[in-house]
Write a protein of this length. Structure first.
Length: 394
């Protein structure tokens, strides 16, 4: 019921925005717009921009559309993802991943995620990750988005110029034998000027790690779920999984048939929590870790102690925009990106810089295009701020 409620709210909000903004039949000056990333957000942003008559270039560091939905069995050499100079594997998908939402609410508003014929297609209501990738490719082909994409192109820097335009510096990238993205050392930088930039680079490549007292002396192995793919390497091991959201639940169930023991540590439960999970003889649910010992012991807040072989951090990701230079106007503080109006526009730079969020928020792309259109048709003379204020109640 909650999903239906949010869906209705989204439709109402889109209708209100459409009523508040000028009709698209009016002539509009075509602008040159850079979209960073060809994942679910970047694809729909590019389509919406071109529908309004703008010239669009999509920068994609990989060799196909799909963003985080492009699965690779390879993982990064740094299992925790702490080394800033490590080769990057963009995807965080594990082999067994299926959607945790039904396909009816996974798709774009006007391109339903329906079952399609073909021996490689997954007809399940909660399909595997490959079906989502094929759906995104179907979308890109249907609306001609791929022709706007520059594949294997790494955006090095995006900076604002004095006249309000943006300089985008890019460089051709390539892949090593492990499918890790590396920049071609002999490739030349390519500098281009754009009227606007839409950031859709995804938020699942820069791991967040739990802060555990004593962990620096703990002798066991650690990794982040970003580098988890298959359960077999955890055979006969005692594994502690930190986190209790979707990926943590999936991974626990995935490795339980192979591991000796699986212990889940959650910060969202009472300190005394300690339960054995129904249906499993080797899976326990705990409160958060209190501290770790150099003898290999891990102590939970519930007082239980486990001698573990490995700790897996299923603790989410950081917002990360290493290429973006806004001269301090937009910052990431305590993993909060801001200031942003409606989680899309930095007010001081609107509408010429925007951030498009997660796939089901297709409205972000439509809202950006409508707002950008309004600014162009009314003129960028300071009245854009009043337009933002006028739409806050929508």
């Amino acid at each position: 019921m909650a999903i239906n409620y949010f869906s209705r709210c989204a439709k109402m909000n889109i209708s209100a925005i459409n009523l508040a903004m000028p009709p698209t039949s009016l002539s509009v000056k075509s602008r040159h717009v850079a979209v960073i990333g060809a994942g679910a957000a970047g694809l729909v942003a590019a389509r919406e921009l071109r529908r309004e008559g703008h010239s669009v270039v999509v920068f994609e560091r990989g060799h196909e559309v799909g963003g985080t939905w492009v699965y690779t069995p390879q993982v990064e050499p740094d299992p925790l993802g702490l080394d800033p100079d490590r080769p990057i594997i963009h995807s965080s998908l594990y082999s067994s991943l299926r959607t945790n939402l039904p396909r009816e609410v996974m798709g774009y508003i006007d391109f339903p995620f329906v079952t399609r014929p073909g021996e490689n297609r997954d007809p399940r209501r909660y399909p595997g990750h490959r079906e989502v990738l094929l759906y995104l490719k179907d979308f890109a082909r249907e609306f001609g988005v791929e022709e706007m994409v520059r594949f294997e192109t790494d955006v090095i820097k995006v900076g604002i110029l004095g006249d309000g335009k943006w300089k985008v510096r890019s460089k051709k990238s390539s892949f090593n034998d492990n499918n890790e993205i590396i920049s071609k050392s002999n490739a030349e930088f390519d500098d281009e000027i754009y009227d606007a930039v839409v950031v859709c680079n995804g938020h699942y490549t820069e791991p967040r790690i739990a802060d555990i007292p004593g962990i620096n002396l703990w002798p066991g192995k650690q990794m982040h779920s970003h580098n988890y793919r298959i359960p077999e390497p955890f055979r006969d091991q005692v594994v502690i999984v930190i986190g209790s959201s979707a990926s943590a639940v999936d991974i626990c169930r995935d490795i339980a048939p192979f591991a000796k023991e699986v212990h889940v540590a959650s910060r969202s439960v009472a300190d005394e929590t300690y339960t054995k999970q129904p249906g499993y003889n080797n899976l326990w649910f705990h409160s958060m870790i209190d501290h770790a010992h150099e003898d290999g012991a891990v102590v939970f807040r519930n007082g239980k102690t486990v001698l573990a072989d490995l700790i897996m951090h299923c603790t989410g990701y950081k917002y990360h925009f290493p290429f973006l230079d806004t001269k301090g106007i937009v910052t990431v503080d305590d993993n909060c990106l801001g200031p942003l109006y409606k989680h899309v526009f930095p007010p001081a730079l609107a509408p010429y810089l925007s951030f498009i969020g997660i796939p089901w928020k297709q409205m972000d792309s439509q809202y950006f295009v409508r707002s950008y259109y309004t600014s162009i048709t009314k003129g960028n003379d300071g009245r854009y701020s009043s337009i933002l204020l006028d739409t806050r109640s929508l």
